[in-house]
Design a protein around this ligand. Structure first.
Ligand SMILES: *[C@@H]1O[C@H](CO)[C@@H](O)[C@H](O)[C@H]1NC(C)=O
Ligand SMILES: *[C@@H]1O[C@H](CO)[C@@H](O)[C@H](O)[C@H]1NC(C)=O
Ligand SMILES: *[C@@H]1O[C@H](CO)[C@@H](O)[C@H](O)[C@H]1NC(C)=O
Ligand SMILES: *[C@@H]1O[C@H](CO)[C@@H](O)[C@H](O)[C@H]1NC(C)=O
Ligand SMILES: *[C@@H]1O[C@H](CO)[C@@H](O)[C@H](O)[C@H]1NC(C)=O
Ligand SMILES: *[C@@H]1O[C@H](CO)[C@@H](O)[C@H](O)[C@H]1NC(C)=O
Ligand SMILES: *[C@@H]1O[C@H](CO)[C@@H](O)[C@H](O)[C@H]1NC(C)=O
Ligand SMILES: *[C@@H]1O[C@H](CO)[C@@H](O)[C@H](O)[C@H]1NC(C)=O
Length: 450
């Protein structure tokens, strides 16, 4: 694959279209925090968030950068929806007896930030008030309450707001379509192909997300903007002009492969990421959805692979597991300093990219066997990730000649990112046994520089 250039001098400049934060800092790096959905769905209340805040501190997670405590769907009053005089969205006063501002104040006292959830449609996915047509009043409420982060979902889009051309990656059946082809899924209307060169910033999806972006910017508060548009309307092409991150695919679920209801296992998501990893950089990045580390029946190895690759992709790292009684081995995965350092690098904004698929030929679209060999540079060296998608332990060989960041003629000191330990000095290649569904994660530093 083509050599990747590293331009440190450019890295500090925001891309010209970027939505620069009012504080010049928020949204530059992937967000880190916790979100209620994966573990609690609608069964939330203020206590959950305040306890999570305390636990982020006591588990040492805040010190590692996990600073957002994010409320997901179901926080508002489903029956009343909006105040019939002010038009303001109304919190559920049973779940939040003192209002959302009180929760925010308490979270801020812990040195943490509070996130909230909204939707660019008539209702949220759970049927609570949506913000389409109410962007200004809702952004103002969020700012008044002291909200620091908005996850903005994509349910209940009325027919007048449907895009003229369809681009829904989740519905691709056989692989990424040609640029002029926007495949529909089973049971959908015929695919409606966008004309070649179609400018997706003229789409209605762009307008829906941009309107909230403008409303957030018009408040006096810096609010990190997480656009949950599931990869629709080529959001990766314009998402950094309207927000700080954009979801690339459907909802995640704690299974290795396949789908559960409308949600996806880790491998199908990683398969999409194997093709679409070019648009992430400072101030804007593809979001591969919140972490399921510690959830469902994922094995420790599967949780390790999930965390390593989400960190490598520079996805936001939003924990989605119950922190009460969390197992030490799960905290250990979430606390991996080498992987977090890669994700949060101050000098390199790009995501890791695959340099070889492994099981299948390069660029094979396969939702069980995505690219297995990934690499990227950080300010601390070259990082290589080798995922084992097979059901058995295998030997993974890292051939330095294949890794764009390495030189086959040079010697490298290899560090194991899981243990932080030095494995020795290697030339030409490095090999290791990798258990079923685990990921080898190493950092290589030129010998003499380590
Ligand atoms: C808050 O929510 C949690 C999680 O669903 C639940 O266990 C707890 O009983 C609730 N507390 C209150 C005061 O409603
Ligand atoms: C406005 O809402 C209140 C409840 O909050 C209700 O008592 C009142 O009747 C409503 N007014 C109108 C005009 O719908
Ligand atoms: C898309 O483009 C390819 C080649 O560029 C062409 O062969 C194909 O017919 C086009 N498909 C549509 C639906 O326009
Ligand atoms: C923002 O702050 C300025 C100056 O303090 C004030 O004039 C303006 O009304 C505020 N705008 C909003 C939307 O709160
Ligand atoms: C990503 O960038 C590389 C190098 O510039 C290019 O070869 C490749 O086609 C790009 N991939 C996508 C999906 O845009
Ligand atoms: C975990 O496995 C059990 C037993 O096979 C199953 O009943 C349960 O649904 C699984 N949990 C998830 C989240 O997939
Ligand atoms: C995915 O790849 C595996 C291994 O090559 C193959 O057996 C399987 O048929 C592929 N799946 C699809 C849907 O092509
Ligand atoms: C791995 O094993 C599981 C059952 O444990 C099976 O469902 C799956 O298809 C296997 N995957 C591969 C790639 O062989």
């Amino acid at each position: 694959m083509a050599t990747r250039l590293l331009s440190l001098s450019l890295a500090f400049l925001a891309p010209s279209l970027a939505l620069v934060s009012k504080d010049g800092r928020t949204g530059r790096l992937p967000a880190m925090g916790w979100n209620s959905w994966n573990e609690y769905e609608c069964a939330i209340n203020e206590t959950v968030f305040l306890e999570v805040g305390e636990l982020l501190l006591s588990l040492g997670l805040k010190d590692l950068g996990y600073n957002y405590v994010n409320i997901d769907d179901c926080w508002s009053d489903k029956a009343y929806q909006r105040d019939n005089v002010t038009g303001k969205i109304r919190p559920d006063y049973i779940k939040f007896p003192k209002g959302v501002k009180h929760t925010a104040d308490e979270i801020h006292k812990l040195g943490l930030k509070l996130g909230i959830y909204g939707d660019a449609g008539t209702t949220t996915c759970g049927g609570y008030a949506g913000s389409l047509g109410h962007e200004e009043v809702d952004a103002k409420s969020f700012a008044e309450w002291g909200i620091d982060y908005l996850k903005y979902d994509n349910c209940a889009v009325p027919s007048t707001w449907i895009d003229s051309y369809r681009y829904w990656p989740e519905n691709w059946l056989g692989g990424p379509p040609a640029e002029n082809q926007t495949a529909g899924g089973p049971g959908e209307a015929e695919p409606i192909a966008a004309p070649a060169g179609y400018d997706w910033t003229t789409s209605k999806t762009f307008t829906r997300y941009k309107t909230m972006s403008n409303a957030l910017l018009a408040t006096n508060r810096t609010i990190e903007y997480s656009q949950c548009a599931w990869g629709h309307a080529h959001i990766e092409e314009w998402g950094s002009s309207t927000g700080h991150s954009w979801r690339m695919w459907g909802d995640i679920y704690p299974v290795w492969e396949g789908t559960v209801k409308w949600s996806w296992g880790l491998m199908p998501i990683l398969n999409h990421a194997s093709f679409w990893n070019n648009d992430t950089n400072f101030w804007g990045r593809g979001d591969w959805d919140m972490l399921e580390v510690g959830n469902g029946n994922l094995t420790i190895e599967e949780s390790r692979s999930h965390f390593a690759l989400w960190a490598a992709l520079k996805s936001p790292l939003i924990i989605g597991t119950r922190l009460h009684g969390i197992k030490p081995e799960i905290v250990k995965i979430l606390s991996n300093k080498d992987l977090i350092a890669f994700n949060q690098d101050l000098l390199v904004g790009e995501a890791a990219k695959p340099y070889k698929w492994g099981v299948n030929p390069d660029f094979t679209w396969n939702q069980s066997h995505p690219a297995e060999y990934w690499s990227g540079r950080s300010s601390r060296g070259a990082h290589v990730f080798a995922l084992n998608t097979l059901n058995k332990t295998v030997t993974k060989i890292i051939d330095f000649a294949e890794v764009p960041e390495l030189n086959k003629k040079k010697k490298y000191v290899v560090f194991d990112s899981w243990t932080g330990k030095k494995k020795g000095t290697f030339k030409g290649r490095y090999k290791a046994r990798v258990a079923r569904h685990d990921t080898l994660a190493i950092r290589l530093v030129e010998a003499g520089c380590a």
